[in-house]
Write a protein that binds this ligand. Structure first.
Ligand SMILES: Cc1cc2nc3c(=O)[nH]c(=O)nc-3n(C[C@H](O)[C@H](O)[C@H](O)COP(=O)(O)OP(=O)(O)OC[C@H]3O[C@@H](n4cnc5c(N)ncnc54)[C@H](O)[C@@H]3O)c2cc1C
Length: 430
């Protein structure tokens, strides 16, 4: 049986003196950037303060979801958050703080919860989502990456009739932006997924979505790239930049300096601290989430399921089953919380039949890098000619990693980009 943590980082090697492209952050986005940069013939060095290919994606739900096109900042989100906090069932908790950058972020988020912003965001996210899903499957097939990839759609299931009713409108919206949907009543959805219990009143399947093992997807990319000469340097934290003439010359790291022609920042939820070293402000808050991975139970689901009114995902991944959820805003630590994980499991069990005893293999936490408009930040730094940001993917870093890699490579190599980049510009926050 594969264990979620068994996918190793490459061994620690010494830091090269220079690179064509230095990628800071060896999480899913940094690796996708490295893949595309290497395909453009650039000599790439990826550094990470921790392990390569782990970051905030290794224990995530493993879903590739073009269907997630409604931005996190959308009408009704603020009231839903407050209701969940009062009932203590999630999905979101907000850390109280008077930190001005946190408060500014909150105000920006609230101002983005309008139909107009959500419509513009949905167009941008759906374009990213569909392109990226196609790229992911191309890479997996081309490189023979074994990561339990399955394009069997994502089953959204509801137990609360009012939530189901609201979700029908959400499904209509998804369809308008190009998602293919199959709708089910109570009997039909249990036929689709016999592990759902009698409390489930209906749902729908988004046929464009897929699932995979994120840790094995990332370790597959690392293996392919290592053979192509990409250098991975784990346990090497970026501490500072050395600059001249409007550009970065060198990265100062915990293990020496690295000179680079181009720098790509792919540091997820840690980006504000990294951008501040360049005197720039990229408003990202950590949205901490949790997962628990168990050995596939005898009684359990066959489908990737999102329990829409319980805000948890439950996914079979190879011979594992993963339950995940929760979003704690403003927590920049990755310690798993047993209390939160117990709520995630209870939410799953409230709708899905599972063996009474489960063999827990991993308890995990990760940080979604959340922007106040729910769109990623992909583009040239406002202030530095050879720095590019690839950050802020929120709950969609695995889903949008491949297309981000492609766009960043096009930016860095001065090629026309596949997409209009204005919605993702780092300048939009100025
Ligand atoms: C519970 C949960 C479930 C999720 N499910 C899904 C899903 O099903 N599908 C999906 O698409 N997304 C999902 N996500 C979101 C996804 O995991 C994130 O969007 C993604 O991990 C972001 O990738 P990243 O590479 O930008 O950041 P990260 O994965 O966090 O990687 C950033 C890397 O930068 C490194 N770093 C930071 N600072 C420095 C520094 N100063 N020097 C060197 N290195 C540094 C870190 O060590 C880290 O490895 C989920 C997230 C959570 C928490």
């Amino acid at each position: 049986m594969s264990h979620p943590s068994s996918e190793g980082s490459p061994p620690v090697i010494s830091l090269p003196r220079r690179a064509d492209v230095a990628v800071v952050g060896g999480g899913v986005v940094g690796l996708c950037v490295a893949y595309e940069m290497a395909a453009h013939g650039r000599q790439v060095v990826v550094i990470d303060g921790g392990r390569i290919g782990r970051g905030s994606a290794a224990g995530n739900a493993g879903l590739i979801t073009p269907s997630h096109l409604i931005p996190m900042a959308a009408p009704g989100v603020m009231s839903g958050v407050v209701r969940g906090m009062i009932r203590r069932t999630g999905p979101v908790t907000v850390r109280p703080s008077i930190d001005p950058s946190y408060l500014r972020w909150m105000v920006r988020f609230a101002l983005n919860c309008t139909s107009r912003a959500a419509h513009a965001g949905a167009i941008a996210l759906s374009t990213l989502g569909f392109l990226s899903a196609d790229l992911a499957v191309q890479w997996i097939r081309r490189e023979g990456i074994e990561c339990s990839y399955q394009k069997s759609g994502l089953l959204y299931a509801y137990g609360d009739p009012a939530a189901f009713e609201a979700a029908r409108h959400e499904a209509d919206t998804m369809e308008r932006y190009g998602v293919t949907i199959e709708r089910y009543d109570a009997a039909e959805i249990r036929e689709q997924e016999p592990a759902l219990d009698e409390g489930v009143v209906g749902g729908f399947r988004c046929l464009d979505d897929a699932g995979l093992d994120p840790a094995r997807f990332m370790s597959g990319i690392v293996s392919v790239l290592a053979e192509r000469g990409v250098v991975f340097v784990p346990q090497t934290r970026l501490l500072d930049f050395r600059t001249s003439d409007g550009g970065v010359d060198r990265l100062v790291t915990a293990r020496g300096d690295l000179a680079a022609d181009e720098v790509v920042i792919a540091t997820g939820a840690w980006t504000p601290g990294v951008a501040a070293l360049l005197g720039e402000s990229i408003p990202i808050q950590a949205g901490k989430g949790y997962s628990m991975t168990v050995a596939a139970p005898r009684q359990g689901p066959r489908n990737n399921i999102l329990l829409g009114d319980r805000w948890v995902a439950v996914n079979p991944i190879g011979d594992l089953l993963r339950m995940s959820g929760w979003l704690e805003l403003g927590r920049l630590d990755t310690r798993p919380s047993l209390r939160r994980l117990a709520t995630v499991e209870a939410n799953v069990r409230s709708r899905v039949r599972l063996d009474p005893e489960l063999t827990v293999l991993e308890r995990w936490a990760g940080l979604r890098p959340v922007t106040p408009d729910g769109l990623p930040v992909i583009g040239r730094s406002p202030g530095w000619r050879n720095v590019t940001y690839a950050v802020g993917h929120g709950k969609l870093g695995l889903s949008h990693g491949p297309v981000t890699g492609r766009l960043v490579a096009q930016i860095v190599c001065d090629r026309p980009t596949d997409l209009e980049l204005d919605p993702f510009s780092p300048r939009r926050f100025r």
